[in-house]
Design a protein. Structure first.
Length: 310
């Protein structure tokens, strides 16, 4: 059964991975929407119908979603884009008869958060409520834990490549739930092709404690990493709020601490149950599977190259 998938924000990292996964299905046709089609790699542009427009160009948005069976939002930006931009897409889907809308989620289970707790996820909470109130468009919310690749990137602060040190808050026995970009894209592509898939769907590559991830690192690379405890979860909570209070404009000094806290404080876990079995054609990629696929000296830089080989 043929399916036309619209990808809004098609130049983004995840969008490129999703397009690559969708193109493996001969029954799928892709429409892409972005501000600058010239930024879409030629290999992808030649296989996708591209439309130019920004997130607030209503005429262009309506033309883009028209004829789609499902629209996937891959926006990533400020609150105005993530909330108002998505509302305009949803409204266009309702007006043009698009039955399903995949929200820009791919995260921990933000439905268990109160507004303001993990502030970058507040738009998701509001978008879900907006979709829940629709009678013409059914929302699809794909939850994957965290993307695995950033765990090893310098900005998160959990892994220091230079000293081969894993830095953690808590006991080290807290669960980290993660899925790679490519694996999340594969599950999303399967959901897009499944016209009955709606609501909240939970997919996980793997669940492992911090110590287990460090153990997998040693097993895969033959190098025993250092483990550095930075404090308790209460210490982390106090630290992130202190930094935000003292320098609210310096968002990158505390934002990733908020993510770390809500990843492991037990509030937002997806599992252990998941919807992986709904799509057995997709093989989950665990933390250790991921490490086996990446040379040790490239771990910290992988996140910057996501979507470049599409």
């Amino acid at each position: 059964m043929s399916v036309t998938v619209g990808i809004a924000g098609v130049t983004g990292k995840f969008a490129r991975e999703l397009a690559a996964a969708l193109l493996k299905n001969p029954d799928v046709t892709i429409k892409g929407y972005c501000r600058d089609p010239s930024k879409v790699p030629h290999a992808l542009a030649s296989k996708v119908s591209l439309m130019k427009g920004d997130a607030f160009d209503m005429s262009a948005i309506h033309s883009f979603v028209s004829g789609c069976d499902v629209v996937v939002c891959c926006y990533l930006g400020d609150n105005k884009l993530m909330l108002d931009g998505q509302k305009l897409l949803i409204d266009a889907c309702a007006a043009e008869g698009v039955p399903r809308y995949v929200a820009s989620d791919w995260s921990l289970d933000y439905t268990k958060l109160e507004p303001g707790q993990l502030f970058p996820k507040d738009p998701m909470i509001h978008v879900k409520a907006y979709l829940d109130a629709q009678d013409k468009v059914k929302g699809v919310h794909i939850l994957v834990g965290m993307f695995i690749e950033p765990f090893f990137a310098p900005f998160l602060g959990t892994y220091d490549a230079a000293s081969t040190t894993f830095k953690y808050w808590g006991t080290g026995d807290e669960i980290w739930e993660g899925t790679t970009y490519q694996n999340a894209a594969e599950y999303t592509a399967a959901v897009c092709a499944d016209k009955d898939a709606t609501g909240i769907l939970k997919f996980l590559g793997g669940r492992a404690t911090f110590r287990e991830i460090a153990g997998s690192f040693e097993k895969v690379y033959g190098v025993k990493p250092n483990l550095e405890r930075q404090g308790s979860l209460d210490d982390l909570f106090k630290r992130m709020h202190e930094l935000r209070k003292n320098e609210p404009q310096n968002i990158f000094s505390y934002m990733f601490l908020f993510f770390q806290y809500y990843m492991i404080n037990g509030q937002t876990y997806l599992g252990p149950e998941s919807d992986n079995d709904k799509y057995p054609q997709v093989k989950p990629v665990s933390w250790e599977d991921y490490l086996r696929s990446v040379p040790k000296d490239q771990l910290s830089g992988v996140v910057s190259k996501i979507g470049q080989n599409v």
